[in-house]
Design a protein around this ligand. Structure first.
Ligand SMILES: CC(C)(COP(=O)(O)OP(=O)(O)OC[C@H]1O[C@@H](n2cnc3c(N)ncnc32)[C@H](O)[C@@H]1OP(=O)(O)O)[C@@H](O)C(=O)NCCC(=O)NCCS
Length: 155
């Protein structure tokens, strides 16, 4: 996919059905429609979508949900539609998260990732995240350990 045809915008209610469909095909324990709708109401929650222009229409290719609390960014969810992966979309989304977070004065960014999730780990390492903690058997459904990763955002 041509990266030029991707735009990153704030998530709106009309995006939620498409997001839920990506969510359901991506995660073993997906967030429900209601959870996404609630996120849109929470003041600390920031929500972005990557829209791919295809012919005359737009398709959601990926999304992120993160919170900013007391100067700390917590990335809760990032996903890219399966047939759009490995073309830099998550990198575009992540770059925008970090740009917006620095702009609003956030000092650090943390996230959790499954030890066996190589693609996500590579994405985060590429942006400079490092492992600060290992939570053993954190994910009940897989028994996978969680890595807590952190990035310093201080200027
Ligand atoms: C993790 C995920 C969001 C990455 O999305 P993506 O759009 O494919 O990521 P990008 O194309 O921006 O790639 C980012 C980096 O990750 C690495 N990478 C991503 N997918 C890869 C793959 N399949 N094989 C090898 N490396 C990969 C590369 O290092 C890449 O950087 P580079 O190509 O510039 O060197 C996507 O795989 C996904 O949605 N996975 C399922 C949901 C998930 O696991 N979310 C994270 C939960 S913590």
């Amino acid at each position: 996919m041509n990266q030029q045809s991707i735009e990153i915008t704030r998530m709106i209610i009309n995006d939620v059905d498409e997001i839920v469909s990506i969510e359901n095909s991506t995660f073993p324990v997906p967030w429900s429609r209601d959870v996404f709708l609630r996120e849109l109401q929470i003041p600390e929650s920031r929500n972005l979508v990557a829209k791919a222009h295809k012919n005359q229409s737009k398709e959601i290719a990926g999304y992120v949900i993160y919170w900013v609390i007391a100067g700390e960014v917590q990335i809760h969810k990032i996903a890219v539609r399966e047939n759009s992966r490995k073309s830099g979309i998550a990198s575009r989304i992540m770059a925008e998260v970090l740009r917006c977070s620095r702009e609003e004065g956030a000092l650090s960014c943390t996230l959790e990732v499954g030890q066996s999730n190589e693609n996500a780990k590579k994405l985060y390492e590429k942006f400079g995240f490092t492992v600060i903690e290992v939570r053993k058997k954190y994910y009940h459904e897989s028994g996978d350990d969680a890595l807590v990763m952190c990035l310093d955002l201080k200027p």
